[in-house]
Design a protein around this ligand. Structure first.
Ligand code: PLP
Length: 456
């Protein structure tokens, strides 16, 4: 299919162009941690797709006309109308970002000793479960662990494992099931509607609430239309609506498929649960008609969730991701298959076999992309997921050494992405020249944001 982005640029932002010497100095000053780099030293910023999307003129027009009334603003009514039309949940609570939605919902559903089951908990999601003294248990399907498998729905939850838990001795401990769509932790792999429906039936049969972590509801819907039989003739909106309808409610960051710089919401069917969440919301985020958000972001979201479901937009975005994946593979860099939409995951362990896990090949590749091309991205390997001893030496490596290249929405063109794969190809021509890295200083919690490294 021929496809192109269904928008054009009217306002642009200059990109910083730097020299290799400047980048070497900046990266050293940042302790070889991309999170410490000043953004004005980054040429192509692929650190995250969160809050980084380009807003439309229509979103900005709505933001300018936003109603900042404390209670019952028009902006809130537009926000709620857009989200209740999409989800059909009678209770819509705005929050400032996804992790606040998690904290508020989970504190009403879980308690110490309970278990949350998920295909994969996102990192803040896991933290919010664990802060309550509960356990976050990931039950990804078997294909999830095979990076090279092209199974279409590697984001699915392992239904047999869920059933075993719901019929076994731990049944009373299971507080909720949370399905992350798409499965961010696993390369942005989608969850099928069949898997979602089956998980929902199991939960209903055993009286356990089931929710979506729906940050990428539109991208999951697009991949269902492309890959799942029976959905070919549906629109992404119809698929998304069906997904929300299969569960009891959701938490969703709107910094991803809301295409908003800030925002999130909790959507719920159960009025009693919604009431408890609302009390917590008012005490910790803001009144129920703004929830910690500025009116402009309520309006940006109201338009953003509409724009994100445009099939032409989703087709163009998926095509960008697929082309990036193909060109990376042609350059000799293995990627996690099949390519998702919001990010490309590079298999750094395979590209840099001379660097042992203890010298962090994923981090090495991420640093090299910055040094050679000014490209910022993040390691998802042993640096992020491994366990360290007292001297910050690696004890247990992560199962894979990956690098995530995230794709901000509507920001970069194919020419920018071709530049990224050209830099990757240069690295892949001479991988032995890439050094490993050791940890100089690592805090105990939220390590990857704050650690300092040095070339080994
Ligand atoms: C980003 C994200 C969150 C957290 O949302 P924030 O808005 O960043 O707080 C939770 N779950 C998933 C799957 C996400 O991608």
């Amino acid at each position: 299919m021929r496809t192109f982005p269904p928008y054009r640029a009217q306002v642009v932002t200059e990109i910083p162009i730097t020299t290799r010497a400047e980048r070497e100095r900046a990266l050293a000053a940042a302790g070889y941690n991309a999170f410490n780099l000043p953004a004005n030293m980054v040429t192509i910023d692929l650190l995250t797709d969160s809050g980084t999307g380009a807003v439309s003129a229509a979103q900005e027009a709505a933001a300018t006309a936003a109603d900042r009334s404390y209670a019952g603003s028009d902006s809130f009514h537009r926000f709620r109308a857009a989200l209740s039309e999409l989800t059909r949940y009678p209770h819509i609570l705005p929050v400032h970002q996804g992790r606040a939605a998690e904290r508020i919902l989970f504190s009403s559903v879980l308690e110490a000793g309970k278990i949350s089951l998920s295909n994969t908990h996102f990192d803040t999601t896991r933290a919010n479960v664990e802060l309550l003294g509960a356990e976050a248990r990931d039950l990804p399907c078997a294909e999830f662990g095979d990076l090279d498998s092209s199974e279409p729905f590697k984001g699915n939850i392992d239904l047999d494992a869920v059933e075993r838990l719901l019929t076994g001795p731990e049944r009373e401990r299971v507080g909720m099931v949370l399905l992350t769509i798409t499965n961010n932790g696993g390369g942005g792999q989608p969850v099928s509607m069949a898997n979602l429906a089956a998980a929902s039936r199991l939960c209903r049969a055993h009286g356990v609430p089931i929710f979506l972590d729906a940050a990428r509801f539109a991208e999951n819907a697009w991949l269902v239309v492309q890959r799942e039989s029976g959905y070919r003739d549906k629109t992404p909106r119809e698929v998304a609506e069906e997904a929300f309808g299969l569960v009891d409610g959701c938490v969703a960051s709107l910094k991803k498929d809301g295409i908003s710089p800030m925002g999130a919401f909790i959507g719920l069917n159960d009025p009693e649960l919604a009431q408890r969440c609302e009390t917590n919301l008012i005490a910790t985020e803001g009144f129920r008609t703004y929830g910690g958000l500025g009116a402009h972001d309520l309006d940006r979201v109201a338009r953003g969730v509409h724009e994100v479901l445009d099939p032409n937009y989703l087709a163009a975005r998926a095509a960008d991701a697929a082309r990036l994946a193909d060109r990376a593979a042609e350059a000799g860099v293995d990627i996690v298959r099949p390519a998702g939409i919001h990010a490309l995951y590079l298999n750094a362990g395979r590209l840099l076999p001379h660097i042992p896990a203890s010298r962090f090949p994923g981090h090495s590749l991420a640093c090299e992309l910055y040094l050679q091309g000014g490209i910022r991205c993040v390691e998802l390997g042993s640096l992020y997921l491994g366990t360290l001893d007292e001297d910050n030496e690696l004890v247990t490596p992560a199962p894979f050494e990956l690098v995530r290249i995230a794709l901000p929405r509507r920001v970069y063109s194919q020419a920018h992405y071709d530049y990224v794969t050209d830099v990757l190809a240069d690295i892949a021509k001479n991988p032995e020249s890439v050094p490993g890295y050791r940890i100089v200083d690592a805090p105990k919690i939220l390590r990857h944001f704050n650690l300092r490294m040095a070339p080994a």
